[in-house]
Design a protein around this ligand. Structure first.
Ligand code: UT7
Length: 322
C-alpha cells in the first residue's frame, strides 16, 4: 500500500511585528489581559500591498528546498485559505505560475482555521489514489485584512503567515489517519459576513469584519477538538501514550492546554507558537510543524498529532509519522 509522507516544510512570516504593547495604544486592552487570556505576546502583520500568494511563494520555496524538489517535480498544489488574493483565479494557480511549476492540478479550499488539515487530507487521498506524485500543500492567511482594528474582542487575537509542506508517496507511513468534520449550525458564532454573492459591497470595507462570540467558540472548540483527536487515534489503533508531539492549531493557549490534558501529554510535548504568531488561522498548524522540525525537536520517525478547529464550524486532525 502506498502512503503519503511530508518530506519538507517551510514557513513565511511578514516582517512587521505588532506587540501587545502596540495594541495597548490602539484599543482598551493590556498586555497582561492578552497574555493570560490567550497566550499571545506578538503577531506578524502583512503590509497593505502584500498578498497571500506572496507569503505562500516564500514558504513554498523553503519547503521545496528542504525536500530537495524542483518546481517541475510538483504535480499538485493545494492551498487552505479564507483570504486568497482574489476570488479567481484560485490562489494555488497564482502560486503554481509564480513558482514555475508546470501546469497541474491546482486549487484552493476554504475551511477557515482547519484549512491546512483539510488540504493535507485531500493531498493524502490524491497520492494514495495514485493521482499525484509530489504535492505542494499550504495553509496561509492575510487574516489581519479582515479585522476591525477598533474591536478589542478580535484584533488582539490574529496574525498573518504561510506554512508549506511537500508531500510524496512512501512505502511506510507517513500519514496514518485523518479525521475531518464540519457543522454549520453555529455559523453565527464565528464568521465574516460579506463575500461575492452576499454583501459584496461590504467585503474588504469597514462594514465587514470578523465577528466572534469568543467564549462560546471556546467551549465548542475544546469539546470538538478532544473528540476529533481521539477519532484519528482510534482509526489508527494508536494510544495517546505513543504520541511524541501534539502540533495544535494556535488559537488560544488555554484551548491547547485543555487538549494536552485530555491527551495526557505534558506541555513539553506540545509545539507552541501562539505567543509569537497569534492565531494565523489556516497557517498555524504548518508553521508550528515547521518550527518544531527546524529547531530539532520534531525528528524523523516520531509520531505526531495535528489538529485544528475554526469557523463553519470545521475541524480535523491528522496522525502521522514524520
Ligand atoms: O481559531 C478559530 C477558533 N477560535 C477560537 O478558538 C477562539 C476561542 N475563544 C477564545 O480564545 C477566548 O474566548 C477569547 C480569547 C476570544 C476571549 O477570552 P474569554 O476568557 O472567553 O473572555 P470573554 O470573551 O468572556 O470576555 C471576558 C471579559 C469581557 O468583559 P466583561 O464583560 O467581563 O466586563 C470582555 O469585554 O474580557 C473583556 N475583553 C477584554 N479585555 C481586555 C475582551 N477582549 C478584551 C481585550 N482586552 N482585548
Amino acid at each position: 500500500m502506498t502512503y503519503s509522507r511530508i518530506v519538507g516544510t517551510g514557513r513565511y512570516l511578514p516582517e512587521k511585528v505588532l506587540t501587545n504593547f502596540d495594541l495597548e495604544k490602539m484599543v482598551d486592552t493590556t498586555d497582561e489581559w492578552i497574555r493570560t487570556r490567550t497566550g499571545v505576546e506578538r503577531r506578524h502583520v502583512v503590509s497593505p500591498e502584500q498578498t497571500t500568494s506572496d507569503m505562500c511563494c516564500e514558504a513554498a520555496k523553503i519547503a521545496m528546498d528542504d525536500a530537495g524538489v524542483k518546481p517541475e517535480d510538483i504535480d499538485l498544489v493545494i492551498t487552505g485559505t479564507t483570504s486568497p488574493d482574489v476570488v479567481f483565479p484560485n490562489v494555488s494557480t497564482i502560486i503554481q505560475h509564480r513558482l514555475g511549476i508546470p501546469a497541474c492540478t491546482a486549487f484552493s479550499l476554504e475551511a477557515a482555521c482547519t484549512g491546512f488539515i483539510y488540504a493535507l487530507t485531500t493531498a493524502d487521498k490524491f497520492i494514495k489514489a495514485g493521482e499525484a506524485e509530489c504535492a505542494l500543500v499550504m495553509g496561509a492567511e492575510c487574516i489581519t485584512k479582515l479585522i476591525d482594528w477598533d474591536d478589542r474582542n478580535t484584533c488582539v487575537l490574529f496574525g498573518d503567515g504561510a506554512g508549506a509542506a511537500i508531500v510524496k508517496p512512501s512505502d511506510e507511513p507517513g500519514i496514518i489517519s485523518c479525521a475531518l468534520g464540519a457543522d454549520g449550525q453555529h455559523r453565527e458564532l464565528l464568521h465574516y459576513p460579506a463575500g461575492v454573492s452576499k454583501n459584496l459591497a461590504a467585503a474588504g470595507t469597514e462594514d465587514a469584519n470578523i465577528i466572534m462570540k469568543g467564549n462560546e467558540v471556546f467551549k465548542v472548540a475544546v469539546k470538538t477538538l478532544g473528540a476529533i483527536a481521539e477519532e484519528a487515534l482510534d482509526k489508527a489503533g494508536v494510544s495517546k501514550e505513543e504520541l511524541d508531539w501534539l502540533v495544535p492549531h494556535q488559537a488560544n493557549i488555554r484551548i491547547i492546554q485543555a487538549m494536552a490534558k485530555r491527551l495526557n501529554m505534558p506541555m513539553e510535548k506540545v509545539i507552541l507558537t501562539v505567543q509569537d504568531h497569534g492565531n494565523t488561522s489556516a497557517a498555524s498548524v504548518p508553521m508550528a510543524l515547521d518550527v518544531g522540525r527546524r529547531d530539532g525537536r520534531v525528528k524523523e520517525g516520531q509520531l505526531i498529532l495535528m489538529e485544528a478547529f475554526g469557523g463553519g464550524f470545521t475541524w480535523g486532525s491528522v496522525l502521522m509519522r514524520m
